[in-house]
Design a protein around this ligand. Sequence first.
Ligand code: HEM
Length: 335
Amino acid sequence: MKEQQKIKKIALVTALLTLVLVGLGGYVRATGAGLACPDWPLCFDKFVPKMRYGVIQEVMHRYLALVVSILIGVMSWKVFKLGPAFKSLRKFSIGLITILGVQVVLGGLTVLMLLNPYIVTAHLACGTIIVQLLLLLAMEKTEVVKESPSPENDSYMSKLLYFMSGLVYLQILLGGFVGSSGASMACPDIPFCQGQLYSANFNGPQLIQMLHRANGILIAFAALVCFLKARQLQPALGIKPGHMVAMMVMIWIQISLGFANVVMSIPVAPAVTHLVLAQLILFGYLVPARRLSGKRFFGKNSAPTGQTSFGAASPAQGLNDSAVQSVQLRRVANA
Ligand code: HEM
């Protein structure tokens, strides 16, 4: 029990530091400091190089990445010490370490391949997965899932929220490509590009810029659908429509920041805020999607009856992952 709480705490600290790390990565890019250190993993062949503007941002990003990697290592070691019963948690740790490994290599390639936009976007893609996985683990409820009054509604809403998360993740990738491929100012007017929504004469950067804008608007509509569905399925659903309202507000702030980026020719603060807010929006859909799906990282695979993976003794709380799922499946079959 204590060890699991410790793992959650490490996950939370690591998640927050990783979020700062992603924001710092955006800051490095927005200030044009990406190649301030021409070599990797050292900077001018030194762990602590001579500090000047540009090098400072770049090495801070690297130092923080080192701290995050160590924390993920410590957390995974603690997970493996819990024993083989925590299968999902072990799988989670193996997945996380693998993505971290890929991310470190991509970080190096970002410098060695001179900020190649595909590599920069892949680096953002993996960084986003790491932040989200850590946040999901840190936010998992310690009390075990109760029987849902309406598993069918939960399952429907969970799928909708996963779909929404997919749209937001795609938008993050598109945004990363816009920023790194020089398409940020491809359309200097708003809301359209040279007064047009689409033209066969658009060049590559203009197309990718308009795709990013269009997907942003699609996300705003999809967020409205999520809100309406959550309201319709209340009160059975374990998710509040207020949460969905907050998400819509965040999305409209994000869209405004996007347009501010263009109008103000990519100033540093709105660009970094745009990046960090995108992570929070994704998280705001992923957490309820996972909760409603009934899946848990901490679910013990062989928890004895009446004993939760957190040691609570209520029979309802004693359900492990597969038990909760089979109750839900039986209900669906009987419906
Ligand atoms: C839900 C909506 C949106 C999300 C989740 C989102 C997300 C992102 C992300 C993650 C980036 C990468 C930032 C970086 O790598 O530093 C980005 C870049 C960008 N986005 Fe969005 N975006 C959204 C809507 C919009 C809209 C409507 C516009 C309108 C023009 C816009 C304009 C831009 C621009 C210009 C960049 C490049 C910024 C730079 O060069 O630093 N975004 N977006």
